[in-house]
Design a protein around this ligand. Structure first.
Ligand SMILES: [Mg+2]
Length: 428
């Protein structure tokens, strides 16, 4: 096992968590077999994820990459019934998911090995693809000026400052012109709700019903505000879109849903905050708190677990979408392969990929194309991508010079925007 800690330049994107730092942290994993096959994967970065993977080194040495269920069983104990909410935690930081995240990084690299060993794409060894082209959504952020990186290592600022509705429409127009996305997500919880309402209305006016809209304020709103926003955006969000994590907790979301349904407003609520584990899914269903679960192979325990989640959501009559964090092409391909092999994943997946640049990509051949909003399953074994070791070395070099080893969006806010800023939920 070779672990590569790298950084990726990241623009100053805003969310209810705060502000993205100039560099995001990622870890690239290589597993090498004794018959010369290398499997790769990508996961969260920094000291914590690397230590968790290091702790498995002895267990992995000599392991048969086909025997994944055994490793999963050893790492993942039955889930307790306690409060698992990660309302205040960044994705990738819930201690209760740590083993699922670590397992996922190993599982994906093992599936890459298996695919290469038998000459099949990963999606076709986990049950087979139901689509060759996987759709992704335009993931809009309010942001400050800047393209990410620092000092002499700054990236071009493709989208400029986006802190009002007209600039958000401009951002969407640019992103859709370049990548052809057909669904739009706005990361909210940043500006007062009325500004975000007007942004969604402006996007709807610009792109029309053909582009479903979703907004995700990451729990920044009270129940009352969530209902008010849901009411105001009834028309804009109901055409194949959704309202994602408007407020904290399953109980809060259940109340929002009850109030909206009482007004004959059936805008679905989606979550990647209140539902992060299998035990959460039936609870969310029985309370009618969440109608769409956001999967993510990185913290749901890998690709096979996401397929189980897909099946469970289907059984319970719930929708499935996909969550994303700042990532490079290895993660994008893992997301694409599993999305291709989940029959009831009926929404375009989220991806931060447009926010990263070629200068940071570690995949050989450079950036993975997104055309007409979709990533195509490559006609190659495994994940279908290899590492560019020069680029990987540059990522490691940047990491070695970086002063932080953990994401801290609140600290970035205090340094660059408001020295007194704190994450307050609900803020509005
Ligand atoms: Mg979300």
């Amino acid at each position: 096992m070779h672990l590569h800690s790298i950084t990726v330049a990241d623009p100053p994107l805003r969310s209810s968590y705060g502000l993205h730092a100039p560099y995001a942290l990622r870890t690239i994993i290589e597993l090498k077999t004794d018959d010369g096959i290398t499997g790769i994967s990508e996961t969260y970065g920094g000291d914590g994820p690397v230590a968790a993977l290091e702790a498995l080194r002895d267990r992995l040495t000599g392991m048969d990459p086909f025997r994944l269920a055994e490793l999963y069983q050893q790492m993942n104990q039955p889930v307790s019934d306690g409060d698992r909410s990660q309302t205040y935690l960044l994705p990738g930081e819930n201690p209760l998911d740590q083993n699922a995240r670590t397992f996922a990084a190993i599982e994906i690299a093992c599936l890459d090995i298996i695919g290469k060993a038998i000459g099949k794409p990963v999606c076709d060894i986990i049950g087979g693809r139901v689509r060759d082209l996987v759709p992704f959504s335009a993931y809009l952020f309010y942001k400050h000026a800047g393209g990410g990186g620092s000092g002499n290592d700054r990236r071009e600022d493709e989208y400029g400052e986006v802190l009002d509705s007209p600039s958000a429409v401009r951002e969407a127009t640019q992103m859709i012109a370049r990548y052809g996305f057909r669904e739009i997500k706005l990361k909210g919880g940043v500006l007062p709700p009325d500004v975000e309402i007007s942004t969604i209305r402006a996007l709807h006016q610009e792109f029309g019903d053909a582009y479903p809209l979703r907004i995700d304020p990451n729990c920044a709103w009270s129940v009352e505000t969530s209902v008010r926003v849901g009411r105001s955006l009834h028309q804009e969000l109901s055409g194949g879109g959704y309202l994602e994590d408007p407020c904290p907790t399953l109980d809060g979301m259940a109340e929002v849903h009850r109030c909206l349904v009482a007004e004959n407003n059936h805008t679905p609520l989606a979550s990647n905050v209140a539902v992060t584990n299998f035990a959460d899914v039936p609870r969310a269903r029985s309370r009618e708190a969440v109608q769409i679960v956001l999967c993510d192979p990185h913290y749901w325990g890998g690709m096979r677990q996401v397929q189980h989640l897909s099946h469970l959501c289907g059984v319970l009559g719930m929708g499935l979408s996909m969550h994303s964090n700042s990532h490079l092409g290895v993660s994008l391909m893992a997301m694409t392969h599993v999305a291709a092999a989940c029959p009831n994943l009926t929404y375009a997946c989220d991806t931060h990929y447009p926010w990263q640049t070629a200068a940071d990509e570690v995949v050989a051949g450079g950036r993975i194309p997104i055309e007409n909003g979709c990533v195509r399953i490559p006609d190659k074994p495994g994940l279908g991508v290899e590492l560019d070791y020069d680029q990987l070395a540059r990522g490691r070099e940047r990491y070695s010079k970086l002063s932080y080893r953990k994401r801290d969006d609140e600290a970035e806010m205090r340094t660059h925007v408001d020295p007194n800023w704190k994450r307050i939920l609900p803020r509005w």
